[in-house]
Design a protein around this ligand. Sequence first.
Ligand code: SF4
Length: 398
Amino acid sequence: MSQKIDGQLIKTDRTKNHPLEQSPSVESQFSRVVEHSDWHEVTRSHQEKTQQDVLKALAKDKLTVDDFTALISPAAEPYLLDMVAKSEALTKQRFGNTLSLFAPLYLSNTCANECTYCGFSMSNAIKRLTLDEAQIKKEVAAIKGKGFDHILLVTGETKRVSMPYFERMLPLIKPSFSQLSMEVQPLEADEYQRLKNIGLDAVLVYQETYRRQTYLEHHLRGNKSNFNHRLDAPDRIGQAGLHKIGLGVLLGLEDWRTDSIMMAHHLRHLQKHYWRSRFSVAFPRIRPCEGGIQPKSVISDRQLIQLIAAWRLFDRDLEMSLSTRESAEFRHHAIRMGFTTMSAESKTQPGGYADDAEVALEQFEISDERSVQEIAEMIRSQGKEVVWKDWDPSLSGL
Ligand code: SF4
């Protein structure tokens, strides 16, 4: 049995309330929504959109997931310029003429998982490094020296870099930055709460793909192969009351349109249950890495621009982030469209800022290798102002 929810065909069981109708609890975690969804029906939904559906979505102020589906469909391609113009205007209206810069700090490249697309995978014969207190202090000083006030901590997924490590290292790092985000292994709600108490502001957990079968083909070993545990991590972050929750799919693992529609459902689910949190999305595309794979569904530059504009039209308050995985040329043209944050001069190897460690330790190749000064200059040349922090806990009385 299927029914339309927010304009999308989702399989339902009439003996139960639909998960989207329930209060935040284990019962309402997003994995239940995915269990009841039919990947092929969602794929058909974007294939069947018409130009009439696109025009209807473009004329609306408040968009449903079904409208978002129309905007990312092939039928919307002739309307790209209209979408971009509207996306630019909405972003300017909501966020002003600013773009905030952050730096990722890779604390460890040890990992007990095997992901087909990642240079840190357990079986890759690379030098492993987990930064200790002294090394972290050097990295923090180097990043502060470049002017950053927002830092994203990144690690592989292993017991060595779990709660005891985080609880030792966060108090060392937090005093130097206004905003502290993390992209690490999924944790439990009480663990997120403990990290929030020592200064954590935001957590990013990218689902990579919402199609279980494809997910299992790319996550071969380790805790990350538990699809539901990762899928429900944003619910646990919301339950812990974190200020910001970040979502993302690895564009190219699966049909990028279907994955994006599932992520739009995920966003609406989280917004309904954890309305005090802010939300961000990112747009990583598969990049070459050691032992890398070819994308199953290639997203062109033009299609990526369409996707970015569609997200902005779908949600005016959404923070949207662009990483150094993208080329300098693409970032140059894309920054006006809808982005609110951008990484700059990223080093994806632990110790890379202070010691310029070997490139062989990197998680993926950086495409935009310009210095932070060059990137700040490029942003200003586009008529935008560079912001080094976009939020301070004192503003919300936390
Ligand atoms: S993607 Fe994350 S979990 Fe997978 S191998 Fe890389 S660092 Fe480990």
